[in-house]
Every structure is written in C-alpha cells, then in structure tokens.
Design a protein around this ligand. Sequence first.
Ligand code: 5GP
Ligand code: ZN
Length: 302
Amino acid sequence: MDAQTSLLDRLFDAGLLIDTGVEGLYGRSGQFEDVIAAFERYIDTFGGADGAEAIRFPPGMNRAYFEKSGYMKSFPQLAGTVHSFCGCELDHVSLLKSMDDGTDWTGEQKATNIVLTPAACYPLYPTIAKRGNLPAKGGLYDLQSYCFRHEPSTDPARQQLFRMREYVCMGTEQHVTDFRQTWMDRGVKMMAGLDLPVEIDVANDPFFGRAGKMLANNQRDQNLKFELLIPITSVSKPTACMSFNYHQDAFGTKWGLNLEDGAVAHTACVGFGLERIALALFHHHGLDVKQWPEKVRKALWG
Ligand code: 5GP
Ligand code: ZN
C-alpha cells in the first residue's frame, strides 16, 4: 500500500475524514474542523492587524465572470460547471426512463449561470472593479471559500473540494510584491510555530497542454509563483500548503482594476490550503490532537 492510500485509510479509520465513495470528496469530523478553525484563528494572529476587508463568497461563482477570467483557456481539465434539468414534463419522462434504463441521463442537463469556484480569489476581482478606483492605500482582502478542482486522487492531500483561505492585495508593483514577501516570511514563521518542516520553492500552475508548458515555464522564469511545501504523503515530493502568487498587472488589466491615479493595479494573492495544513499537522503530530506537542496545542488553542 502506498503512503497516500495508507494515510487516507488511517484518516477514515480515525473518523477524521469520511468516505463518500468518490476520490477526493470527503466529509470532515468535528475534530478535523476544529483544527481548521484553530488554524484560521492562528492566521488571524499574524494577519489580523493588517486591516484586510473580509469577504466570503459561496463556493460557486458567476459563470460570466468565470468565462472572462480565462480559466477555461488555462485549466479546462480542472474546471467544474453546474448543470441542471431545464426541460418540460415530457423531458422529465425521458429523463426518468433514461435513469431507469441505466443509460446516460446527464446529456440533457443544461449549463446554469453558476460555475464551481476554482480559487477563492476568482470572484473578487470583478467585484472590486465594480466599485471604481481603488483607495490611495490600495486594497487588501481576506477570503475563504471551498474550491473545486477536478482531479480525483487517493492522495488525501489532493481533494476535489477543499478550502482555501486567501489574502489578496491590490496596488502598485512595489506594494503587492512587498505584501507577497511579508507573507512568505510569515508562512515560514507560522509553520515553525507549529513544528512543521517547510521549504519554499518556485512553482507553476498546471496549465493545460503543450502551449501550457510555455506558460508554466514563463511563470517560473519570472518567479511569479512560490509555494510553501510540507512533506505529507511523500518526503521526496512535499505538498504545497501555501502559495504566493504575483499576477503583475494581468488581473488589473483584465478586470479594469485601477489605482487612485487611474494607473492599472498590480495584484498578488497568498493562499493557505486549509485541509492540507490540517493533514500536515495530523501526519507530523499524530491523529490524536490531545497527544500533539504542548507548543503546537498552545499555538492553536491558546
Ligand atoms: P493554487 O491556486 O496555488 O493551486 O492553490 C492554492 C493552495 O490551495 C495550494 O497551495 C494548496 O495548499 C491548496 N490546494 C491546491 N490544490 C489542492 C488540492 O487538490 N487539494 C487540497 N486539499 N488543497 C489544494
Ligand atoms: Zn488567489
């Protein structure tokens, strides 16, 4: 049995994650959720004084915003769209017949105006752009959302529906790159406070196809994405538990995000993979939180 399956099985056996019959789609126990809630409060102790505006979007976003974001160009393999039955009574009869016959009933489902959120910050940019120019001090936002990515796996650290906590910064190039550096330093400090081993490395997003390889190389060459990695199910391939992304003025241009003087805003976002961080804690300190080192318990629960 590989390390991924065995950690998943141990999490099921301990009742921390709950099998739904679909890879990467799990229920969470109260204990698992308590670790995530404690970690989110721990984030607040580092970032709370920055005065970010908290916004919570549901895990589905406006399909028009999603289309304009370009996500289907870059990551069609990961996207999840919400489809519904929109037919008449006759269509309903054939739907039921198709389900009874065990033939494909999903073909007649029609796309709704909702798409599953692929990253917590996607609904933010058009929302802020609608407000008009950014204030003189730029914009800082605190987000958290369930996100969907279609990548079934038996690795518990790769889930199809997982939560991302993000801080997003909008401003000048200097302002947002300083923000990103601050969080890289904080991320290392935060994990040290939880006795988790980390390394930071340059990274790329999983752009689709051959053209995507070029985009990925470009992203790496320009140091646009860094990840904070913690070993969970593999020591040789540690898992990205945080990412630090600098979008240059790409989102500013796309969405019409402007600074107070009308110049196009640069943006950066910092994301915490909340399930991955909980899993890192369970992997390194054991499945019984009462047995975790006193220092870690104190950092999380006071
Ligand atoms: P990114 O947008 O950089 O791909 O994702 C931001 C963060 O979300 C990652 O650093 C990681 O912590 C978390 N994340 C990304 N993909 C997955 C996944 O498949 N499963 C889980 N549980 N977390 C993920
Ligand atoms: Zn983001």
